[in-house]
Unconditional design. Structure first.
Length: 209
């Protein structure tokens, strides 16, 4: 059952290790209790989640196996999704419920973002040309989605469902709060033990520090 649909954390960039660590740290800072996390099989996630959360997380991975396409490098192949032929779930650490190891919610949210923001649509004049403008547009969308837009299933905004606010924000309120927001803190490890363990995890996974 969907109880909230908020975007708790996001990051606009490619997926280097440093960006992954900053993203996971930002997520941890926004959580008040132990949670279950599911990711895809992107290699930096496991050691980074372990280093940032310590043992205070239940973590599983879901990997989709796609059909090998033999149609060649034509438009139909390049711009059409490949067919999923298998799904593999894995408990990485902690005690996640295997039935809840799923990326369905984040995939649906990715679809919502692409539908509602034309900057993600390739081969159109709306596609972002500058990274700075793209990041600003994404930030505005996330704020509007969380705080202003009434969710169809929840009948309130995601922020209201999470108890962050008691009313839908206006765009004016969103922009005013954004301009007065403090500078975010740099990421840090969950504890000293995690800081000591992180280099070993990253070395084992062949990631540069």
């Amino acid at each position: 059952m969907l109880t909230a649909a908020g975007i708790l954390a996001y990051r606009v960039e490619k997926r280097p290790w440093e960006g992954c660590h900053a993203f996971i740290f930002d997520l941890r800072e926004r959580l008040a209790q132990q949670v279950q996390i599911t990711s895809d099989g992107y290699a930096p996630y496991a050691p980074t989640i372990r280093a940032v959360f310590g043992w205070d997380v239940d973590y599983g991975q879901l990997q989709k196996i796609y059909e090998t396409d033999q149609r060649g490098d034509d438009a139909a192949r390049r711009y059409s999704p490949e067919r999923v032929v298998a799904v593999e779930r894995e408990v990485v650490f902690g005690n996640p419920e295997e039935a809840q190891i799923s990326t369905s919610f984040v995939e649906r949210n990715n679809l919502t973002i692409r539908i509602q923001m034309r900057r993600f649509i390739r081969l159109t004049n709306a596609f972002s040309k500058k990274a700075e403008n793209h990041a600003a547009a994404v930030a505005l969308h996330v704020g509007w989605y969380n705080l202003c837009d009434l969710h169809e299933a929840l009948r309130v905004t995601p922020a209201m469902a999470l108890g962050v606010t008691d009313h839908p924000w206006t765009i004016s309120e969103l922009v005013e709060r954004a301009l007065s927001a403090p500078t975010p803190r740099r990421f840090a490890y969950a504890n000293a033990a995690s800081r000591r363990l992180a280099p070993a995890f990253l070395e084992a996974m062949s990631f540069p520090m």
